[in-house]
Design a protein around this ligand. Structure first.
Ligand code: AHM
Ligand code: MG
Length: 333
């Protein structure tokens, strides 16, 4: 049995010059995950943490109390260790520079969707936390700037997610494969349960909000029909599964093979998901597990961001399925 803590230490030893800062950040995330796990698990019992906070985020979305709580938890855990120089989140208008002696001298920044799929929280359906870590490009010793956050996903040093499902799991990559750890609440430990995760090349699930069918590009409509057709060679029809929590839908597709799609729609002309703290980290994990992630044309990881809360059409999952929908988008638009 190997714990996440042991695994982090072991991996750090493989990099002779490592200062331990990245390990420290991963430890902060581990602590946040435990706290968020605890509070999500008793959410039904304490009305004071369920429901809407009464505020909206800068993107005009209603914030749930747990969104705000998860965001504060992540921030506090990161500040306490002092291993990041800056932080940006779905729930904050702009980035935060940790402008202390330690913060200014730290070399990483972190971006997060602290509670993804939070509209599911009141109905006891699984949610997640997503994170993405970069080396800053501004000089060490100064406060971080916007350019530290607007780096292409290819530059990520580490990325991962926590899924608070029937069990809580933390899955992450540092660019050397993907590993998954299951939380044992009685021990308070994450245990390595899914070493070297690989996404099946062909999938059998498709995850998309089909209620929006009318608003989809023609290529996506054709792809849905393709998934529904009968074909023995490709074992179609595929099954439709849509939780409405990116992390949970992605996690299933990572383990079983499948595709998650949030395309451009007439109501979301640029897509709904955010490039920096939803698209990029999931894309990094997908590629590291042998899958693919694109905006329908280009790899997500190659996009040069221009805004912190930039949206992106998102096609992620098993390579054969992502390629198929790309072909249909090319042909039908
Ligand atoms: P959130 O970060 O505000 O929770 O929004 C992102 C979520 C994804 O987790 C999920 O896949 C998608 O939005 C669901 O959107 P829709 O209800 O339009 O299908
Ligand atoms: Mg989200």
């Amino acid at each position: 049995m190997k714990t996440l803590g042991e695994f982090i230490v072991e991996r750090q030893a493989e990099y002779p010059g490592a200062t331990g800062e990245l390990s420290g950040i991963l430890s902060s995330i581990r602590l946040s995950a435990k706290i968020i796990h605890r509070d999500i698990n008793r959410a039904g019992l304490t009305q004071d943490i369920l429901g809407v906070s009464g505020d909206e985020n800068i993107q005009g979305e209603t914030q749930m109390k747990l969104d705000v709580f998860a965001n504060e938890t992540m921030k506090k855990a990161l500040i306490a260790r002092g291993d990041v120089a800056g932080f940006a989140s779905e729930e904050d208008d702009t980035f935060v520079a940790f402008d202390t002696e330690r913060g200014r001298n730290a070399k990483y920044i972190l971006m997060t969707d602290p509670l993804d799929g939070s509209s599911n929280i009141d109905v006891n359906v699984s949610v997640g936390t997503i994170f993405s870590i970069y080396k800053r490009i501004s000089p060490i010793g100064t406060p971080v700037t916007m350019e530290d956050f607007l780096q292409p996903g290819r530059k990520q040093v580490a990325a991962g997610y926590v899924t608070y499902g029937s069990s809580t799991m933390l899955v992450y990559t540092t660019g050397n494969g993907v590993n998954g750890f299951t939380y044992d609440p009685s021990l308070g430990l994450f245990i390595l349960s899914h070493p070297n995760m690989k996404m099946p090349f062909e999938g059998k699930y498709y995850s998309i909000n089909e209620g929006q069918y009318r608003t989809f590009p023609e290529g996506v409509k054709r792809f849905i029909k393709f998934c529904q057709e009968e074909d023995q060679a490709t074992k179609r029809p595929y099954s439709s599964r849509y939780i409405g929590s990116l992390v949970s839908d992605f996690h299933r597709n990572l383990l079983k093979g499948g595709i998650y799609i949030y395309p451009t729609t007439t109501t979301h002309p640029k897509g709904k998901l955010r490039l920096l703290y939803e698209g990029n980290p999931m894309a990094f994990i997908a590629e590291q597990a042998g899958g693919m992630a694109t905006d329908g044309i280009n790899p997500i990881l190659d996009i040069k961001p221009t805004e912190l809360h930039q949206r992106v059409p998102f096609y992620v999952g098993s390579t054969a399925m992502v390629q198929k929908v790309e072909d249909l988008l090319k042909e039908f638009g």
